[in-house]
Design a protein around this ligand. Sequence first.
Ligand SMILES: Cc1ncc(COP(=O)(O)O)c(C=O)c1O
Length: 264
Amino acid sequence: MRMSKAPRVVFPHKDTTALRELLREARTTGRPDAGGQPHRLILVVTDGVFSMDGDIAPLPDIVAAAEEFGAAVMVDDAHATGVLGRNGRGTVDHFDLHGRVHIQVGTLSKAIGVLGGYVAGSQALRDMLIQRARPFLFSTSHPPAVAAACIAAIHVLQEEPELINRLWVNTIYFKGELKRLGFDTGVSETPITPVMMGESAMAQRFSQRLFEEGVFAQAVVYPTVPLDKARIRTIVTAEHSTEQLDRCLEAFAKVGRELGLIGG
Ligand SMILES: Cc1ncc(COP(=O)(O)O)c(C=O)c1O
């Protein structure tokens, strides 16, 4: 977006009323850099799943708003790929918005477990990126082993959808138990489960104590998140056993009581 030098405006988190207002304004005032001429393209960009809170974008309403004002939509599905939708196809599939989201990008470094990313869009878009996109043109391509591992991971998603079921079973269990212990897991709706700590010092201390108890879970602090919203960011996988999750929960409970974050 920066490289395109297009004017950009940020809409508040998941706020489609504000988005509609901004789209209306953009359509009314036109291009600030070209004497108010109509915009050639307006692109609404959102994450599918938000990385820090684990909440899901209201994609159906974002798409509806974009359609009302003749804008295109791009979804960054880094955290939805392999998690939401049939065989982990992501939020477009999850919300059945096929054909109405123009660009879906994602990473192959999270659920896919390898490296790299993808852009799904029209042939014209793909040709343009291959011919013109500097980060692509001036980067070394993946070695064959990386490409092969990505393809193998996609095959696993296609052939073993039970892995995704297990991911969700683990997610519901882990989140439920954290809440039962008295922890605040924010607004998460996905495997990304923040455990809210408040101050940065508490989050860092908590993470250090968890490590001493045999659990590696890192603190996320300001400026990645607001000053008073420091957290331990956890994510379960399909491969975690109930015993492992229980061991982790025990450590959270012990440290939480010790540091006065939960009662009991
Ligand atoms: C929303 C989102 N998009 C893209 C990325 C980039 O992924 P990668 O580091 O694999 O390029 C991340 C990484 O954390 C992310 O959270």
